[in-house]
Design a protein. Structure first.
Length: 583
């Protein structure tokens, strides 16, 4: 084979064609898609997080101003409280004047350590003993910012900035300033620039203080994998994650008041853009389109080069299986080399199968003809013997001799009937035992029934298929059992004499033959019936050939022979024995 022929054979193969097409389609796609998508996504996330931190800080500037103003006011009140506390009127006036001059705040006042609003801009003397803020200040006196969703005085959501009042290290109460939640975002709406972010503030305990989108569903806008408390004490940070509601967003956390108040801003990740009109999802379009193109190329290649020819080959196999017809479509040069070789091998195999089947059918036909001839000749020989015995019966003068010869003749005829049935029915290597038994037993009963006696004869047979190695002894066993039943038949006290024969199959692996007859007044004169035990011995011998067991059940009214045997697969045993011999 020349070098050009080798190259031609290699390039003509299925593996080369499919590999070349897929390599051509997928190699640049993999490089471009992985590089472009990966780098762009990383860069877009990094820029988005950096930009969001700046926007969050800018957006939180107004809130920072109001919160710082509130804490500045509380610090001033704490400093002035010792002097104004001496006069209840002066103390009340200080807080009332502050709220009147600073309308962004809704309340200012001093709550003593007993929980009484000692002086304030409203509701002076109110009991605040159950206040969450009082409990927190008692436990850890420090500057705090807390959210009250329903303030006891204004009955609205407010942010309370509180600072403890200490005297000689002893907690005397706290000063609080309330900033209505809605006031914060009214101020934010006055900002000249539009902010594409959702802004939330929280305190050092991780408690939400304000939310631009409202407090009702604020939990769905928070990071789902991290608590707000985990951000306390850290500098500015940004990350990409999912909210508790399952939305993917970019988050930025910016401290407003160190270790006291923080702002967290977020925006949906899909809002980020590479350029106007070119969204973040656009880089994914290119690899998807290229992937679809590669699928189209791969489908065309595999279908045109492989699947089409495999379907055609399968269709030819199906036609050959049903009709043994093998079409010859000629040589298709577009088929890959491997497919052409498979096609040629299949045609060679099909031709060999057709030829071998013809030879096998001829062999089976010859074997069947020979087997039928054997059964036919055996049947003829047995009938000849029966005729000779019949001649002896006619010449016999002693009744005992005549009865013995008659018994021998019945047994010979039983065997002859079995071979006749095999000759007539054995077109295959197996025999329908139910059909065989029905023909033999029916003939026996019709020919051996006592003259002038009304006999009730019932028989039923399940379909049972046996090899001749079991069919012959089964037919002989059934013949012998029915012969005995006719010989010892008795007339019952009620009804006429009867014989019942049943063949039943169990689970396809075992079969049972039952032959029963009635007992009572003997039909055949006792002097003509002599039990020699030969019938019982023959039945046991035939059951042994069947690899089964035989049992007799004798009572006052019925005599029953019960033979159970396995349905043997002789071909399988032969194969197993052959394999065992090879091992």
């Amino acid at each position: 084979m020349t070098s050009m022929q080798k190259i031609r054979q290699f390039t003509d193969g299925l593996a080369f064609r499919v590999a070349a097409l897929l390599a051509f389609a997928l190699f640049p796609i993999g490089l471009i898609a992985i590089s472009l998508t990966g780098k762009f996504a990383e860069e877009a996330d990094r820029r988005a997080e950096t930009a969001l931190m700046a926007v969050t800080a800018e957006a939180a500037a107004s809130e920072e101003g109001m919160i710082r103003g509130g804490f500045g006011a509380t610090a001033a009140f704490v400093a002035a409280l010792p002097s104004v506390r001496l006069s209840s009127a002066d103390c009340h006036a200080v807080f009332a004047d502050f709220v009147r001059e600073n309308p962004q705040f809704s309340f200012a006042g001093f709550v003593n350590r007993a929980g009484i609003l000692e002086c304030g801009s409203a509701d002076q003397g109110r009991d605040m003993g159950n206040s969450m803020i009082l409990k927190a200040q008692r436990a850890n006196p420090e500057a705090r910012a807390d959210l009250l969703r329903e303030a006891p005085i204004s009955k609205t959501a407010v942010i309370v900035m509180s600072e403890p009042v200490l005297s000689g290290g002893r907690f005397e109460g706290y000063v609080a300033v309330s900033l209505p939640h809605k006031r914060i975002f009214q101020t934010l709406e006055l900002l000249p620039t539009e902010r594409p972010i959702d802004l939330i503030t929280f305190n050092r305990d991780g408690q939400v203080l304000s939310s631009e989108s409202g407090l009702e569903n604020v939990a769905d806008s928070l990071p789902g994998e991290r608590s707000l408390f985990s951000f306390v004490g850290h500098a500015r940070t940004a990350f990409t994650g999912q909210t508790a509601g399952g939305e993917e967003r970019v988050f930025a956390i910016v401290p407003i008041l160190a270790n006291t108040v923080y702002a967290i801003g977020s925006w949906p990740r899909e809002r980020l853009a590479v350029a106007p009109g070119f969204a973040l999802s656009s880089p994914l379009i290119f690899p998807v389109v290229m992937w679809l193109a590669s699928l189209g190329v791969a489908y065309f290649a595999v279908h045109r080069l492989v699947i089409k020819h495999i379907h055609k080959l399968r269709s030819e196999m199906q036609v050959f299986t049903k009709t043994r017809f093998l079409p010859d479509d000629g040589d298709d040069g577009f088929k890959p080399l491997e497919i052409r070789e498979i096609d040629r091998t299949w045609h060679d195999l099909a031709e060999t199968v057709v030829r071998d089947e013809a030879e096998l059918e001829g062999t089976i036909r010859d074997k069947t003809v020979l087997l039928k001839e054997v059964h036919h000749r055996v049947k003829n020989n047995l009938q000849l013997i029966s005729s000779i015995v019949n001649m002896k019966i006619r010449k016999a003068t002693v009744p005992e001799a005549r009865a013995a010869l008659k018994e021998v003749q019945m047994r010979v005829m039983s065997i002859a009937t079995a071979h006749r049935s095999l000759y007539e029915t054995s077109s295959e290597s197996r025999v329908r035992a139910d059909e065989l038994l029905k023909g033999i037993i029916t003939s026996l009963v019709e020919g051996g029934a006592p003259k002038g006696v009304q006999l009730r004869f019932e028989q039923s047979y399940d379909p049972v298929t046996l090899y001749p190695d079991q069919a012959v002894p089964l037919s002989l066993l059934g013949s012998e059992a029915v012969t005995n039943a006719l010989k010892y038949l008795g007339r019952p006290a009620v009804g006429c004499p009867w014989i019942e024969v049943r063949l039943s199959a169990h689970d396809g692996s075992r079969a049972v033959l039952e032959v029963s007859n009635s007992k009572g007044v003997p039909i055949t004169p006792p002097e003509q019936v002599r039990g020699s035990g030969l019938g019982t011995s023959l039945i046991s011998a035939f059951a042994h050939q069947l690899r089964g067991t035989v049992d007799t059940r004798d009572d006052d009214e019925t005599y029953r022979i019960y033979a159970e045997f396995p349905i043997v697969d002789f071909e399988r045993e032969a194969r197993e024995n052959a394999l065992a011999g090879l091992v």
